[in-house]
Design a binder for this molecule. Structure first.
Ligand code: SAM
Length: 671
C-alpha cells in the first residue's frame, strides 16, 4: 500500500472482514474468514484454546495475581479478530489481579469485523456477554489509526487498525506479553514476516513473553532472529505443539536516531500531580490522571471553564486539509476520540449531542478543496461524507444552498458544564488559586501561589492557554492569544431549528435551552475579554453568509437578529505558530540550544543526545478554537506518558504534538 504524502499509511477506510458462518458439531455457528479460508477460533472450544495457548502460554493467571506495579500490565496482539483473546485476558485479569492493578490491551487488526459480525461472533460466549457488550458499544469505524476504548475502569483497549507490522512500528509503548495470533502462516504468509518480529522485539519490556498457536519454521526463525527465545510446549486439543518464550533484553528502539530530541523522559513517581488551568485542556488531563488513581490538585484562578472554555455551547468539529498531513490526522483522531470519550463520560447526553456537523462548501475555492479532500481520503460515511446541497438541506432541516462535508457523528458540547463535570472526578481537589511561579522542589515541583502560599507536587501539567508560556520554564514556547466572541439570540416560540451544526467560517449549532448561539470571531493577538458590538455585527454577517434562508426564517418568526438584540461572550484561546496544539513534556530550551546548535550548520548531522526536559513538567495548550476535538486526546496522551502506558496515538503524531518541535525548527533555520 503506498504511503500518504506525510509518509504514514493512508488515512482511509479499511476493508472490513468477509465472514462465512458455519455450524459446528454442537449446532453453534462460528465465523470463518472468506478471504483467508481460516477460522477465527476453534469451533470446538475456542475459549479453552485461547486460555491454553495465549493466557497459559504467557502465564497470565500467575502474573496478574502478582501484579503490584502502578503502571498497567500491557498485552500486545497481532490480530484482534473477534476480540475473543482479549476478552478472555480481561476475564482472567478480573479473576486474578489485585484490586488496584490495571490492564492495557493493544491489538492490531488489518480487516476489522463489521459491528454486527462482531456482536454475532461474540454471542457464542454467553458468559462473556457483558464484556462483549462494552466492546461492541464502542467498536470504532474501520478507519486506519489508533482507537482507544475504555472497557472497564481498570481495562483500556487500544485498537491499532492497519497492518500488524506497520502498526507496531508506529506504536509508542512497551508490552509485557504478546499474543502472536493471525491466520495460519500458510494461509497468511504476508503477516508473519521479519519486520513484524523486529517491531515486537523493539516494543517489548525486558522479560516480555509471547505465545502462539503455530510452530511454523518461519515463525521460529523470525522470532529467534529478532531476539526472542522460544520453546515448544504441548498445544491445545489435537494440536501437538505450540510456541512460548520471551525476550530477556529487548533491542534498542532504533527510531530515535533521527529525532533524539523527542525521546520521552524517563518515568517518574506520580502520586500527586498539580494541573494548572481548569479549562477543557486542564480539566481533561486532571480527569484522565484521577481515573488512573493519581491524586490531582486542579488549580484555576477563576474556576472550571471560566475562560476560553466557558461558552455554554461549542461545536465539536474539525477542518481537515485536502492533502493528508499529521495535523489533520491528529484532529481526525481527536474527533473520533472525543466522540467515544463523551459517550462514556455522559451516556445520557446532558453535556453534548452527536447532532452531526455540516461543513458547507461556500465560496469559490471550498467546493474544489472538499472534492480534493474526498478523493484523497476514502473514509467511511459514518465518519465523513460528501453531500449535495439537497442532502445537506435535508440533514440540516433548513435550506443551505451549498453542498457540504457531513460529519454525522460530530456535534456540539456544553464546554462550561463539561469542565465542571470533569473537575468533580473523584480524586481531584479543585483549588481556586493563581500559580505565579514554578520551582523545582525536593521531590518534584513547588508551585508559588498568588496568595503567598506554596504547593508541592510530584509533577505539574500547565494548561493555561495563552498564559501557558508565562513561566520561566515555558517562556520559549511561542503562543499567540486569539480572541473569540460568540453571539446568541433568544428564540421566539416555534422558531425553526437546525438538525445539524452548520459551519463555514463560523458555526451555528442547533438551539439549546431556547437560545441560538453563533460565531465565533477569530482575532489573533487580541486578548481582550469584553463583549463588542462590532463582533456581534461580524457574527451576524457570517451567519447571513452561511445560512441566509434560516436567518430570514428566524427573523420572520420574530427573532431580534440585530447587534443590539444579542447577548455574547468573549474568550481568549491560544494558538501555536503552526496551529497544532502543544501536548507533551516541556523541553529544557537552554539544554536543547546547546545540544542541537550544530543543526544550524548541518541539519542532517544529528547528535546522539536525547532531549532534556524539565523533569515532570508537562503542557497541554494551543488548542485554538478546536479544543473540544484535540484536548481530550492530548489529555490521554499526557496521562499515558506520565503513567508509563502505551500512547493513544502513533509515535510520529505524538512527535508532531511535542512542545519542543518549534525549538528544533528554529535551530535548523538558524533563528
Ligand atoms: N485474536 C482473534 C480473536 O480473539 O478472535 C483471532 C484472530 S484471527 C485467527 C486472525 C486475525 O488477524 C484476523 O482478524 C485477521 O483479519 C487479522 N490479520 C490478518 N493479517 C493481518 C495483518 N497483516 N495485520 C493485522 N491483522 C491481520
Amino acid at each position: 500500500m503506498t504511503a500518504a504524502p506525510d509518509g504514514l499509511p493512508p488515512l482511509a477506510a479499511l476493508e472490513t472482514a468477509r465472514l462465512d458462518w458455519q455450524r459446528d458439531d454442537t449446532g453453534e455457528e462460528a465465523p470463518r474468514s472468506a478471504d483467508f479460508d481460516d477460522v477465527y477460533f476453534s469451533r470446538h472450544d475456542g475459549r479453552a484454546e485461547t486460555e491454553h495457548v495465549f493466557l497459559g502460554g504467557n502465564r497470565l493467571p500467575e502474573r496478574f495475581a502478582g501484579w503490584q506495579e502502578r503502571r498497567p500490565f500491557v498485552i500486545g496482539e497481532t490480530g484482534f479478530g473477534t476480540g475473543l483473546n482479549m476478552l478472555c485476558a480481561w476475564a482472567c485479569f478480573d479473576a486474578h489481579a489485585p484490586a488496584r492493578a490495571r490492564l492495557h490491551l493493544v491489538s492490531t487488526e488489518k480487516y476489522p469485523l463489521g459491528r454486527e459480525d462482531l456482536a454475532r461472533a461474540l454471542a457464542i460466549w454467553p458468559d462473556l456477554a457483558s464484556l462483549a457488550e462494552a466492546l461492541v458499544a464502542q467498536w470504532p469505524e474501520p478507519v486506519a489509526g489508533v482507537h482507544r476504548l475504555w472497557l472497564d475502569p481498570r481495562v483500556t483497549l487500544d485498537l491499532h487498525f492497519g497492518d500488524a507490522a506497520e502498526r507496531l512500528s508506529l506504536l509508542d509503548g512497551q508490552v509485557d506479553a504478546w499474543f502472536l495470533d493471525g491466520f495460519a502462516p500458510s494461509k497468511n504468509p504476508q503477516m508473519w514476516q521479519a519486520d513484524l518480529f523486529a517491531a515486537m522485539a523493539a516494543r517489548s519490556r525486558p522479560g516480555a513473553t509471547f505465545a502462539t498457536f503455530t510452530c511454523a519454521g518461519v515463525v521460529k526463525r523470525g522470532l529467534k532472529a529478532a531476539g526472542f527465545a522460544w520453546r515448544k510446549v504441548p498445544g491445545f486439543g489435537r494440536k501437538r505443539e505450540m510456541l512460548t518464550g520471551g525476550i530477556a533484553a529487548p533491542p534498542e528502539d532504533g527510531r530515535r536516531t533521527a529525532t533524539p530530541w523527542f525521546a520521552p523522559p524517563a518515568a517518574r513517581p506520580v502520586r500527586h500531580v498539580a494541573v494548572i488551568g481548569a479549562g477543557i485542556a486542564g480539566a481533561s488531563v486532571a480527569g484522565a490522571l484521577a481515573e488512573r488513581g493519581v491524586a490531582v490538585t486542579l488549580l484555576d484562578r477563576e474556576g472550571p471553564g471560566a475562560a476560553g472554555s466557558g461558552n455554554a455551547q461549542g461545536a465539536l468539529y474539525v477542518k481537515l486539509a485536502a492533502e493528508t498531513n499529521p495535523q489533520s490526522r491528529v484532529y481526525l483522531a481527536g474527533l473520533l476520540h472525543s466522540r467515544r470519550w463523551l459517550a462514556r463520560l455522559d451516556p445520557g447526553q446532558f453535556l453534548w449531542s452527536p447532532s452531526g456537523v455540516l461543513q458547507l462548501a461556500l465560496g469559490k475555492k471550498e467546493p474544489a478543496r472538499q472534492a480534493r479532500f474526498l478523493a484523497r481520503h476514502p473514509l467511511p460515511s459514518g465518519v465523513v461524507e460528501g453531500v449535495s446541497a439537497e442532502q445537506a438541506a435535508e440533514r440540516a432541516g433548513v435550506e443551505t444552498g451549498a453542498p457540504a462535508l457531513d460529519y454525522p457523528d460530530a456535534g456540539w458540547v456544553r464546554p462550561d458544564a463539561l469542565c465542571r463535570r470533569l473537575a468533580e472526578t473523584p480524586g481531584i481537589l479543585l483549588r481556586r488559586a493563581e500559580v505565579t511561579r514554578l520551582e523545582t522542589g525536593l521531590n518534584g515541583w513547588r508551585l508559588l501561589l498568588g496568595d503567598g502560599t506554596t504547593l508541592e507536587a510530584d509533577q505539574v501539567v500547565i494548561a493555561t492557554a495563552a498564559l501557558a508560556n508565562r513561566f520561566a520554564q515555558t517562556a520559549r514556547l511561542p503562543l499567540q492569544p486569539v480572541r473569540g466572541q460568540v453571539s446568541r439570540v433568544r428564540l421566539p416560540p416555534h422558531a425553526p431549528d437546525l438538525g445539524r451544526v452548520v459551519c463555514a467560517s463560523g458555526y451555528v449549532p442547533p438551539a439549546l435551552d431556547g437560545w441560538l448561539t453563533f460565531g465565533a470571531t477569530f482575532s489573533p493577538n487580541d486578548a481582550d475579554g469584553e463583549v463588542r458590538e462590532s463582533d456581534h455585527a461580524a457574527n451576524l454577517a457570517e451567519f447571513a453568509r452561511t445560512l441566509p434562508a434560516y436567518m430570514a426564517a428566524l427573523r420572520e418568526a420574530g427573532a431580534d437578529l440585530t447587534p443590539g438584540g444579542l447577548e455574547g461572550r468573549a474568550g481568549v484561546r491560544a494558538a501555536s505558530p503552526d496551529k497544532t496544539p502543544y501536548a507533551g513534556p516541556v523541553p529544557d530550551a537552554e539544554a536543547w540550544r546547546e545540544a542541537y546548535a550544530g543543526l544550524a550548520r548541518n541539519a542532517t548531522r544529528i547528535p546522539d543526545i536525547p532531549g532534556r526536559h524539565h523533569a515532570g513538567l508537562w503542557i497541554s495548550a494551543a488548542h485554538g478554537s478546536r479544543g473540544l476535538a484535540s484536548a481530550p486526546l492530548c489529555a490521554e496522551l499526557i496521562a499515558s506518558r506520565i503513567c508509563d502506558e502505551p500512547l493513544p496515538l502513533e509515535q510520529p503524531l505524538a512527535d508532531h504534538l511535542h512542545p519542543g518541535r518549534r525549538l528544533i525548527r528554529d535551530l535548523i533555520r538558524g533563528n
